[in-house]
Design a protein around this ligand. Structure first.
Ligand code: HEM
Ligand SMILES: *[C@@H]1O[C@H](CO)[C@@H](O)[C@H](O)[C@H]1NC(C)=O
Ligand SMILES: *[C@@H]1O[C@H](CO)[C@@H](O)[C@H](O)[C@H]1NC(C)=O
Ligand SMILES: *[C@@H]1O[C@H](CO)[C@@H](O)[C@H](O)[C@H]1NC(C)=O
Ligand SMILES: *[C@@H]1O[C@H](CO)[C@@H](O)[C@H](O)[C@H]1NC(C)=O
Length: 505
């Protein structure tokens, strides 16, 4: 989701010359003639008390300032200056629309909780073009509820324990076993490894595609092209990233469709006892979704479940590298868990083991608070709203900026410091990395599980350091410009499951 917001950036960059031209024409033909005309005056109705702010330039408004890249652990200069000048709720003109920006914890919660009543999810149209019109991220109302119910079933706590936990661990071991065995100085991209892990996990659980197989690899590469299109201008002619992405979308859908037909064939045979417990099987069995709906559902879950959690994982690896004390405390927690596991004679982590990862959860929360994988959400005002003395008119866009709240010094002490210990006291209600209300992230429990189990095996088996300085930036999707290059060293450990070939899968 972080990524999709970026689409508008390049969209606007492309249109800029035209916009400037239009502006010039507009000025010379209209404004110049009207010079000296009286200011527009509101008629009968009382003038609404809009939040303060400036409209910026015609057409583009303040979009460029808003989207200017900045380090992920900060809110960026635009936000700082606007909040200092206008307060935490201000109006602006962004993405060609009149917009209210909210850096206010209370208003953000109010927006998310009133989804469908006062506000409605409203992502740019280009997103629908790429993810599909049945994608959960663009659907609203009943259609959204139905798709969401299927996803929630797929990600239920029962399945999380019984199916997803062992799957997550298996995919983590596959990735970690491929890392260089000793500190020979080999350096590689941690972000790339994190993406490989989450992609393989999702491909496996969505449609039973196994990592390493040619078809899976092809799909993964196709998916990278696809992603580039999601973050580019929606210009559909040969050669553009958007055009390539639409072609990628078509070939990804082709793969999914083939899988679907194979499955339907299998299911129609009498002895269909070899049912596959994946999302595809579920979607086919449990509902009467159309083929098109199933394709978009699978594609959007692949998207939602892959980009965000891999970025969160990369950020955790990054923050921990700069905080040896936290690594030490993590290692102690996980050594204790590994010890007990050994006493039990188990070779795999259990749900009870996972529940013991208490400090790890603090590290995860702190990573999401400081790194803010999803910076802000897109919403539309569907009914006139009155909030804290401000009038927010129907038809405007409204952006709850989650990151601005998480980095607010009146809510978090030393907000730019990575300090997992702050989570040892109660979590503040202003913390909403997964959104909230009826669209609360469907995969948050899976995301936490992925990061916790990854950290378990990481701290037990490796030391790591940055091979080159790198830092996460907001483009506005979060990304490490160099891919977070790290160098690792294996820790000789009696608890290591990496070197024990007899436990290999
Ligand atoms: C750390 C990782 C993650 C973060 C920070 C995150 C964040 C979010 C946020 C903020 C939303 C709300 C979007 C909106 O309201 O407009 C969302 C929605 C969603 N996320 Fe996540 N997410 C993460 C991981 C995942 C994973 C692993 C999955 C699936 C396997 C997933 C599936 C979804 C789905 C399906 C939705 C749409 C929910 C709906 O519209 O009802 N997410 N996520
Ligand atoms: C059912 O499965 C068995 C082997 O498991 C196979 O020999 C047989 O041909 C299958 N029957 C049908 C109708 O596919
Ligand atoms: C499924 O079928 C029922 C009854 O035919 C219908 O009411 C419902 O809208 C259908 N759902 C979808 C997603 O098509
Ligand atoms: C982490 O944040 C969640 C909210 O997303 C909260 O429910 C949980 O208690 C927090 N965990 C810790 C250890 O503070
Ligand atoms: C390696 O795996 C085998 C079989 O699962 C187990 O008996 C043995 O204790 C393991 N060794 C280590 C060092 O974990």
């Amino acid at each position: 989701m972080g990524a999709m917001m970026a689409s508008i950036t390049s969209e606007l960059l492309f249109f800029l010359p035209f916009i400037l031209l239009a502006l010039l024409t507009f000025y010379t033909t209209t404004v110049a003639q009207c010079h000296g005309a009286r200011r527009w005056r509101p008629t009968k109705k009382k003038r609404p008390n809009l939040p303060p702010g400036a409209p910026g330039w015609p057409f583009v408004g303040e979009t460029f300032g808003y989207l200017r890249p900045h380090p992920a652990t900060s809110v960026g200069r635009f936000m700082e200056q606007h909040v200092a000048r206008y307060g935490k709720i201000y109006r602006s003109s962004l993405f060609g629309e009149r917009t209210v920006v909210s850096a206010d914890a209370g208003l953000n919660r109010y927006i998310l909780q009133n989804e469908g009543r006062l506000f409605e999810c409203s992502y740019p149209r280009s997103i629908g073009g790429i993810l599909g019109k049945w994608s959960m991220l663009v659907l609203v109302g009943d259609a959204h509820r139905e798709m969401r119910a299927i996803s929630l079933n797929f990600l239920s706590s029962v399945r999380l324990r019984a199916v997803l936990l062992p799957e997550v661990e298996r995919h983590i071991l596959l990735v970690l076993r491929s890392w260089p065995p000793s500190g020979g100085g080999a350096c590689f991209s941690a972000q790339h490894e994190a993406k490989k892990f989450t992609f393989n996990l999702m491909a496996r659980n969505i449609m039973s595609m196994d990592p390493g197989e040619e078809e899976t690899e092809r799909l993964r590469l196709e998916y990278i092209t696809f992603m580039k299109g999601v973050v580019s201008a929606p210009l559909n002619f040969p050669g553009t990233a958007y055009w390539k992405a639409l072609k990628s979308r078509a070939s990804i859908l082709g793969v999914i469709e083939r899988k679907m037909e194979d499955r339907l064939q299998k299911m129609s045979k009498e002895n269909s006892s070899v049912e596959e417990d994946d999302l595809l099987g579920w979607a086919l069995k449990q509902s009467n979704l159309s083929k098109e709906q199933i394709l978009d559902l699978l594609l959007s879950l692949l998207f939602a479940g892959h980009e965000t959690s891999s970025m969160a994982l990369a950020l955790a690896i990054f923050f921990l590298e700069g905080c040896p004390k936290a690594v030490q405390e993590l290692r102690e927690e996980h050594l204790e868990i590994a010890r007990r596991q050994r006493l039990r004679g188990a070779s795999r982590l259990s749900w009870e083991d996972y529940k013991e990862m208490v400090f790890t959860q603090c590290v995860i929360n702190e990573t999401l608070r400081l790194g803010n994988v999803v910076r802000f959400l897109h919403r539309k005002v569907i009914r006139d709203v009155h909030y804290n003395g401000y009038d927010i008119p129907k038809g405007w866009k409204i952006l709850p900026v989650l990151a601005a709240v998480h980095l607010d010094s009146s809510l978090y002490e030393d907000p730019n410091q990575f300090n997992p210990w702050r989570w040892k006291s109660n979590a503040p209600s202003s913390f909403m990395p997964y959104g909230g209300g009826p669209r609360l992230c469907a995969g948050s429990e899976l995301a936490k599980l992925e990061i916790a189990i990854f950290l378990h095996h990481l701290v037990l088996n490796f030391r790591w350091e940055l091979a080159e300085p790198d830092q996460a930036f907001v483009y506005p999707f979060v990304d490490f410009p160099k891919g977070l290059p790290i160098r690792v060293q294996r820790i000789a450990s009696e608890h290591s499951v990496l070197t024990n070939e007899s436990t290999a899968m």
